[in-house]
Design a protein around this ligand. Structure first.
Ligand code: SF4
Length: 311
């Protein structure tokens, strides 16, 4: 059964240069205990999709469609109702812990604050729980470290603090936005292991540009390009039998497959290409691809792709 159902989601940002179409008619479901990877290049709309679920977008943003969580339409809730869901029911582990953590508050107090807000514990009990959370993400000497400030933590340790904060209120759904970005290989391996452990029996939307990391953690993968989903399948099917030329190109950029980059750059989300959005970069593009915009269709059992080669 689906925990979260996104239907026809569109997210638009008006700017001086034009309207940024960050998310364009996305349909997606996350089941109980499913770990879904949302992958794509930087700037394809993945983070915006994650932020729109917990409604943390700037007020001028235009959102259309539906986001239903446990039967509640999140886009119709008041800000007060949404505050009760944010952190407690759905937690987001934000990108870049250095800017996300408050530099003038001790890390234990930052975690305890969220616990007090959502679980009604007194200050002392919340601080004890915060220390437990630091221990659960394997921070050594958690009692001592709870009284330290973010600048006293390394990049990997800060990421662990962000994960502890996200998990503090035992949410049903975790949205993890690039938790391994910028980490060196050894620390990345440790964070991936930790994410696998902490997301056991939970639902997770794992946002990343790193296919290798998504393969380690996720049950299913949705590939996003220029604001829309272009492929969706079980993780093993994405790796063994990718349908979309973009997914194939993305896979070929992995070190294990020769580090071959896709030619060209992602299009501007203000001025999207006509027809298939990937056509200026696609080696298999035909004249039709410049005109017709393909739909996301099921090609094999549970394996969807948006490409005219299959229609
Ligand atoms: Fe390439 Fe055409 Fe398929 Fe787009 S529709 S991915 S341009 S073959």
């Amino acid at each position: 059964m689906s925990l979260l159902t996104i239907t026809h989601l569109k997210v638009l940002f008006p700017t001086q240069d034009g309207v940024v179409k960050a998310v364009n008619t996305v349909d997606l479901k996350i089941a109980n205990a499913e770990r879904l990877g949302l992958i794509g290049e930087t700037g394809c709309g993945k983070t915006v999709l994650g932020l729109s679920i917990i409604r943390l977008l700037q007020p001028s943003t235009k959102i259309e469609g539906e986001i239903v969580y446990k039967g509640k339409e999140l886009l119709r809730l008041s800000e007060e109702e949404m505050r009760k869901i944010r952190g407690k029911e759905i937690a987001m582990i934000l990108q870049n812990p250095t800017t996300s953590l408050n530099p003038v508050l001790k890390v234990g107090d930052q975690i305890a604050e969220a616990i007090q807000l959502h679980q009604g514990l007194d200050k002392r009990a919340a601080k004890e729980k915060a220390i437990e959370m630091l221990e659960s993400v394997k921070i050594p000497s958690p009692e001592k470290r709870a009284n330290e400030y973010p600048h006293q933590f390394s990049g990997g340790m800060k990421e662990r603090v962000m994960i502890a904060m996200g998990l503090a209120c035992n949410p049903s759904l975790i949205i993890a936005d690039e938790p391994t970005k910028g980490l060196d290989v050894t620390i990345k391996v440790q964070i991936v292991k930790l994410m696998k452990e902490v997301s056991r029996r939970k639902s997770m939307l794992f946002i990343t540009h790193d296919l290798g990391v998504a393969a380690e953690i996720c049950d299913n993968i949705a590939v996003m390009y220029a604001g829309e989903l272009v492929e969706y399948a079980k993780t093993e099917d994405i790796f063994k039998n990718p349908f979309h030329p973009y997914t194939r190109g993305f896979l070929n950029s992995l070190p294990s497959r020769g580090l071959k980059q896709i030619r060209g750059i992602s299009p501007s989300l203000i001025d999207l290409p006509t027809g298939c959005r990937f056509h200026p970069r696609c080696d298999q593009a035909s004249a039709k691809c410049k005109i017709d915009h393909p739909e996301l269709v099921e090609i094999e059992n549970g394996h969807f792709a948006r490409c005219l080669l299959y229609t």
